[in-house]
Design a protein around this ligand. Structure first.
Ligand SMILES: [Zn+2]
Length: 182
């Protein structure tokens, strides 16, 4: 049985966004979708629960899928439902969150103070990293720092001076063409 907050489900369509969803927004990242904070989180605070269906590792292998969280040797959470926003949190090698087991449940905690607008990340673990991330190359911020685009010119460059028509040796004024010599 998927665990769900029945109270929040009663009239999900009728009610404005709950406090839970208002704290986050999904957004595009280099790794696809990610989850971003829309409110500040204090260091050490509980950010969100990783909810889903508890299944066995064998069942997880059968199902496959991208949103599996290995709790221990016997249990995996399959976060199939879109209501689990925690499943959109991407891996990072120097993350701002961490996943912790509290009783039978998995929560994402803030490792440091998080400002609104920051993408939430946690380390998926060495086993997962070696198996699924390393083969394709990690795209987290510390492995692939953002490319800083060149500062745009504040004003367009002046137009080239007019080529004098019948001056000098008759060739048009030399214009650089990228170093080709033919
Ligand atoms: Zn990385």
């Amino acid at each position: 049985m998927p665990r769900s907050e029945s109270a929040a489900r009663v009239s999900a369509r009728m009610t404005p966004p709950t406090d839970k969803t208002a704290k986050f927004r999904r957004g595009r990242t280099r790794a696809g979708l990610g989850l971003f904070a829309t409110v500040p989180f204090a260091r050490g605070s509980r950010v969100i629960e990783y909810t889903g269906e508890f299944i066995t590792p064998d069942e997880a292998d059968r199902r496959g899928g991208r949103y599996l969280f290995q709790v221990d040797e016997r249990r995996v959470i399959d976060a199939k439902g879109r209501e689990n926003l925690a499943r959109y949190i991407n891996h990072a090698c120097r993350p701002n969150c961490e996943a912790r087991q509290v009783g039978r449940r998995i929560f994402i905690f803030a490792r440091r103070a998080i400002a609104p607008g920051e993408e939430l990340t946690y380390h998926y673990g060495k086993v997962y990293f070696r198996a699924f991330i390393a083969p394709h190359g990690c795209r987290c911020a510390s492995c692939m720092p953002p490319v800083i685009p060149p500062r745009p010119a504040t004003r367009p460059p002046p137009p080239p001076p007019p080529v004098p028509r019948a001056a000098g040796n008759g060739r048009p004024a030399a214009t650089p063409r990228g170093g080709r010599t033919r």
